[in-house]
Write a protein that binds this ligand. Structure first.
Ligand SMILES: [Zn+2]
Ligand SMILES: [Zn+2]
Length: 265
């Protein structure tokens, strides 16, 4: 007979911003997620201030882990001082499981490509130094993102995930080819997200994480509303449908992927 432990089905929201949610308190958000079998939430930092909040949430809630990093929107403000703050935070907090989100964003972003690249590289090197993974933000910057990342392929300690994957099947294969993992948001549930669905179909489940990116990108049937980690189940359901497998399998494999990758527990 199997133990209860191995029968337990749960989900992990690998990317959320609890500090940006406006309509619910962190206590309620975490409770509601637990009620939907979300075992862990990884709260992602987008600025030094946001990273500090991320660490606070991880200290306060057993099910929450933190990442620390500066989003490409603020890449021009990332100096030596900011880098040292993040470095110190990682050193002193065991629940910081990754660096990020960092990367490139060329959608309505006034920060120069040069500044974005410099900040992105600092983040990658910080992650490698501490032996933790990096969560990558790539919006309308596939080529630039790959160009930077391919320099690190195969390096010991280099582990990276493309958060909020927004490319097509070919790009997904290219990402996997250089050792990346791929994380899907609620976008995959949108009717017009054909390209994203194709990508999910073609790549092995062993390379996939699921995330809400709450409060953004709420899945169907909540599209357009504030998003919460409790909704991560809709993403699992959609992937199950696309791959013609059970939701349990999606839950089991993606959760195990995230546990191994972020070294949770
Ligand atoms: Zn992002
Ligand atoms: Zn994010």
């Amino acid at each position: 007979m199997q133990t209860q432990e191995t029968n337990e089905i749960y989900l992990i929201d690998t990317h959320a911003h609890l500090d940006m949610i406006e309509k619910k308190t962190p206590e309620i958000i975490v409770k509601e997620a637990e009620n939907e079998n979300v075992k862990y939430i990884i709260n992602v930092g987008s600025s030094v201030e946001g990273s500090l909040k991320s660490v606070e949430f991880a200290k306060k809630f057993k099910s929450v882990f933190a990442t620390v990093g500066v989003h490409p929107h603020y890449a021009d403000k990332f100096t030596r001082k900011e880098e040292e703050s993040l470095d110190k935070l990682i050193k002193n907090n065991k629940k910081i499981v990754a660096v990020g989100e960092a990367g490139f964003d060329f959608y309505q972003n006034t920060v120069s490509k040069k500044d974005q690249e410099k900040t992105f590289i600092s983040h990658i090197e910080l992650a490698i130094k501490h032996g933790i993974p990096i969560a990558i933000h790539d919006r309308e910057a596939h080529k630039e993102t790959i160009n930077v990342l391919k320099n690190y392929t195969g390096l010991k300690n280099f582990k990276a995930v493309m958060h909020c994957f927004s490319g097509d099947a070919d790009f997904a294969l290219k990402c996997i080819g250089i050792g990346l993992y791929i994380s899907f948001t609620g976008v995959i549930t949108f009717k017009n997200a054909k390209m994203t669905k194709e990508a999910a179909k073609i790549i092995p489940l062993e390379k996939i994480f699921i995330e809400t990116d709450a409060p953004f990108l709420a899945p169907q049937p909540y599209r357009g509303h504030e998003n919460y980690p409790a909704y991560v189940k809709y993403i699992a359901r959609e992937i199950a449908q696309i791959k013609k497998i059970s939701v349990e399998e999606v839950a089991n494999i993606t959760s195990q992927n995230a546990i191994n990758f972020f070294n949770l527990l």
